[in-house]
Design a protein around this ligand. Structure first.
Ligand SMILES: Cc1cc2nc3c(=O)[nH]c(=O)nc-3n(C[C@H](O)[C@H](O)[C@H](O)COP(=O)(O)OP(=O)(O)OC[C@H]3O[C@@H](n4cnc5c(N)ncnc54)[C@H](O)[C@@H]3O)c2cc1C
Length: 472
């Protein structure tokens, strides 16, 4: 298939070397980490491909590109590092994949006001390492820290493994610079808080690239903790561990790490196939005078709820391998291999029923369904399920994945849960979004279409339809 006629126009507009139509580049931007996309690649299917890939180096170039695309009706889909597990960056209507990774500079570090302003294509782990060298941490540490960008975190409304202390990305963004679908550059106010109308940051946080291109982000920083304390605990039953998590957050304690594994996942978390029961990983950090007291109070609650201390070794080992996803990836990459992760969130009074319903609904589809709870709030918690299995071939795995999602989303919706806690909507949850948002869905559609009246920004996502003139 030849490149569309507009590619030459775009090359002239952006300058030499800015537009790539090479088949490797196009293929790289045709598959994210969504298991269905992995299965497509294994079957040599390529249902969604950009016609061209652009790697801008400045906000001005992003603005020039988007303004042109808006006038010409060419779809633009922002791309961070494609670590989305939902199909969110796949270019449903072709056009331009806007790869942000050439915009990766730290613009300023403000140690007094605890902020860093960074271009959106910066690799997460690189930024965290640079901040640690200055004595700070971002407090945002997704499992994909080593394979995702700052802009991708914001656009996906992501969360990190230490969210119970530091918050999720929406708590960590101070300000954003965004190129709107019309090409205008907008900066949200650079202030610690404001009562100045609705919070404009939220037009872009979690919008999955449908409302504009995030070009830079100002993030909060935290001084590195003086002391970190870790402990693993054994629990007999899921209800005990979930009860302990609820009590910990209710008491106002803020461990940076609080993960509770059901008996199926505990064997993996403890790296002990003979481990019997459930496991909790607890980590507390902060001032050397405060952290031990918070640690003791947290562990006392765990013990009151039936927990037994096992020492820190298992948590220390987990901290060292926490970006390693190979146990799941290797299953998925095998021919006919089936692996999926599904995360939702629910209130405390519903979460055990939701957990039981989802595990039960998913059990027929996989060899193993593992479960853990890992992000807590005074009102409720996330629930994360991992499915592992094996079927005849990749076509069968692809087909089974859609049945798995139907079962999972139905159970989540029936229990009033949020259909995603942090991975987002993408393609995998798209058909459930209207039901999940209810009366909010037409409002979301109106907001997106008023920002992008010609439907050029990541068209087809979040209920955003392509404009009538959007070209393939
Ligand atoms: C092994 C593994 C572990 C993971 N663990 C976590 C986790 O712990 N927490 C978590 O939240 N997620 C996790 N994820 C999911 C994924 O890493 C996140 O959603 C991440 O934020 C995506 O970042 P990215 O840079 O790869 O974005 P991409 O996948 O490239 O894009 C994601 C979405 O953001 C949009 N986008 C990207 N950059 C911009 C921009 N500059 N402006 C506007 N829109 C943009 C894209 O169009 C797309 O809709 C995990 C994924 C994997 C594969």
């Amino acid at each position: 298939m030849g490149a569309p006629a507009w590619v030459g126009e775009l090359e002239r507009l952006l300058g030499p070397g800015m537009v790539s139509v090479g088949s490797d580049d196009v293929a790289l931007h045709s598959f994210d980490a969504w298991p269905v996309a992995v299965k497509w690649r294994q079957q040599r299917k390529q249902p969604f491909r950009p016609a061209a890939v652009v790697r801008p180096t400045t906000a001005m170039l992003v603005s020039r590109l988007v303004r042109w695309a808006n006038e010409r009706g060419v779809a633009v889909t922002p791309w961070g590092l494609g670590s989305s597990v939902t199909g969110a960056p796949l270019p449903l209507h072709g056009g331009v994949a806007l790869d942000m990774t050439s915009m990766s500079k730290v613009l300023f570090l403000d140690p007094t006001n605890l902020m860093v302003r960074v271009q959106a294509g910066k690799l997460g782990l690189e930024l965290e390492n640079e901040m640690q060298a200055h004595g700070f941490t971002l407090g945002h540490s997704p499992q994909s820290l080593d394979r995702s960008t700052v802009g991708g975190w914001v656009a996906s409304r992501g969360t990190g493994q230490f969210s119970s202390r530091y918050g999720s990305i929406e708590d960590l963004v101070v300000a954003l610079s965004v190129v709107l679908p019309t090409g205008e550059l907008v900066e949200t106010p650079m202030v610690p808080r404001a009562a100045m109308g609705p919070d404009l940051r939220h037009l872009f946080i979690g919008a999955e690239g449908t409302t504009g291109v995030i070009v830079d982000v100002t993030l909060k920083l935290f001084p590195l903790p003086e002391l970190r304390l870790l402990e693993a605990l054994h629990f007999e039953a899921v209800a005990e561990g979930v009860g302990a998590m609820r009590e910990i957050t209710r008491a106002g304690l803020r461990p940076f790490l609080l993960r509770f594994y059901d008996e199926d996942e505990a064997r993996y978390a403890m790296v002990d196939p003979a481990f019997d029961g459930c496991a909790m990983f607890v980590g507390v950090e902060g001032l050397a005078r405060v952290a031990p007291a918070e640690f003791d109070a947290t562990l006392e609650i765990c013990e009151r709820q039936g927990g037994h201390r096992l020492g820190p070794a298992a948590v220390e080992a987990w901290m060292d391998r926490r970006f390693d996803f190979s146990a799941v990836e290797n299953v998925l990459l095998a021919p006919g291999g089936l692996a999926e992760t599904i995360e939702i969130a629910g209130f405390w009074d519903q979460i055990l029923d939701t957990y039981t319903a989802m595990k039960g609904a998913l059990a027929p589809y996989a060899r193993e369904v593992l479960g853990h709870f890992s992000h807590v709030y005074p009102q409720g918690t996330s629930l994360y399920l991992i499915l592992l299995g094996q079927v005849a071939d990749d076509a069968a795995a692809e087909e089974l994945l859609s049945r798995i999602w139907e079962a999972a989303m139905r159970a989540a919706l029936e229990h009033g849960a949020a259909i995603s806690h942090h991975h987002g909507i993408g393609l995998v949850r798209l058909s459930y979004l209207e039901e999940a948002l209810g009366t909010g869905f037409p409002l979301l559609q109106r907001v997106i279409s008023s920002l992008d009246p010609n439907g050029v920004m990541n068209p087809g996502k979040l209920g955003h339809q392509p404009g009538p003139s959007v070209q393939e």
